[in-house]
Ligand binder design. Structure first.
Ligand SMILES: C[S@@+](CC[C@H](N)C(=O)[O-])C[C@H]1O[C@@H](n2cnc3c(N)ncnc32)[C@H](O)[C@@H]1O
Length: 308
């Protein structure tokens, strides 16, 4: 058995046999024994050979894209000159699909990382779309009137429910609600749709650094669900993907436990659970038209919303 297979077998065994309160400690001990190529940090590199491209090839992320493509294809069918926005562009993988080839669109990608914006623009230009990239972060970027905004696995990077909650925790500026209000504003005129994709896990500002509940929730989303989903996906996958998924399992899932100790300024994960995302969407000015889980591990949910 290869060293990698042994590490995976040990991890699965630990997760199945250790009661929840003991799991963070055994995971940290497991990680110390694992040789993994640290490669790159989460959400920093978006080229075709990046770990991010391996991440977008996982069944969990492919399921999410498929759900988004199906809704977009139906919503945009027969329309001409559609206005599309992706907030948090990643590598633009969502748009690399022949279903979009016949669409005539203006496309805008917003992302604080220039490499991500370039990748999304490239994907849009391959369809002959008029593509515009903005290196910036929401809330704060002026969004155009749109027929659809996709905000996938991105809004959880904005800390706090709203400006008030942020202020209570010593942070300035707007929060998630204000970001959603700006998206609703840009969708209203054209009767557009928001497609929001997020994990079902509450770890926002009300859980302070070092809180054991925060740690348990990070383990729940990144290891019990995402990590075990990766392990399942590895069976029978091509070697080059297995190798990179193993690095993701170690460096982006198990090492994510460190997030629980990071200060508010350094933490970049501020998720909500399904009920809270739904309440926030309504407060942000949306009606939720559809909601579905898009993977087999109960991790990511798609919310299809119309501005009211
Ligand atoms: C997990 S990736 C998701 C990418 C893509 N939407 C997908 O579903 O594959 C999150 C992306 O959001 C970007 N991002 C982080 N904070 C953001 C913000 N406040 N506004 C816009 N994009 C942001 C990151 O740089 C990264 O490209």
């Amino acid at each position: 058995m290869s060293a990698r297979a042994e590490h995976i077998q040990a991890l699965v065994h630990l997760m199945h046999t250790t009661p929840r309160p003991g799991q963070p400690a055994v995971l940290r001990a497991w990680l110390k024994n694992v040789e993994s190529d640290k490669g790159e940090q989460w959400n920093t590199e978006f080229g075709t050979d990046s770990l991010f491209s391996a991440w977008t090839a996982t069944p969990m992320v492919q399921g999410l894209y498929e759900a988004n493509r199906a809704v977009l294809a139906e919503h945009l069918e027969g329309r001409d000159g559609v206005q599309l926005v992706e907030v948090g562009a990643g590598n633009g993988e969502l748009w690399r699909d022949p279903r979009f080839a016949t669409l005539k669109a203006d496309f805008m990608a917003v992302d604080p990382v220039a490499g991500a914006v370039e990748q999304a623009e490239e994907a849009a230009k391959a369809h002959g779309w008029n593509a515009r990239g903005v290196v910036g972060a929401v809330p704060g970027v002026q969004l155009p009137e749109a027929d659809a905004i996709v905000c996938s696995l991105t809004l959880h990077h904005v800390a706090g429910w709203d400006a008030q909650e942020r202020a209570r925790h010593g942070l300035t500026g707007p929060g998630k609600k204000e970001a959603l209000q700006a998206m609703a504003e840009s969708l209203r005129a054209r009767g557009g749709l928001l497609l929001l994709n997020e994990a079902d896990i509450h770890c926002d500002l009300s859980l302070p650094p070092g809180d054991p509940v925060l740690l348990d929730r990070i383990v729940d989303s990144y290891v019990r669900r995402c990590g075990m989903g990766l392990v399942r996906a590895m069976h029978g996958a091509p070697e080059h993907l297995q190798a990179r998924w193993f690095t993701i399992l170690c460096e982006w899932c198990v090492r994510q436990l460190d997030v629980a100790d990071a200060s508010y300024a350094d933490r970049d994960v501020y998720e909500l659970d399904v009920g809270r995302w739904m309440d926030l969407l309504v407060e942000g000015g949306f009606e939720i038209v559809e909601r579905r889980n898009t993977d087999s591990v109960g991790l990511f949910f798609q919310y299809v919303c119309r501005a009211v």
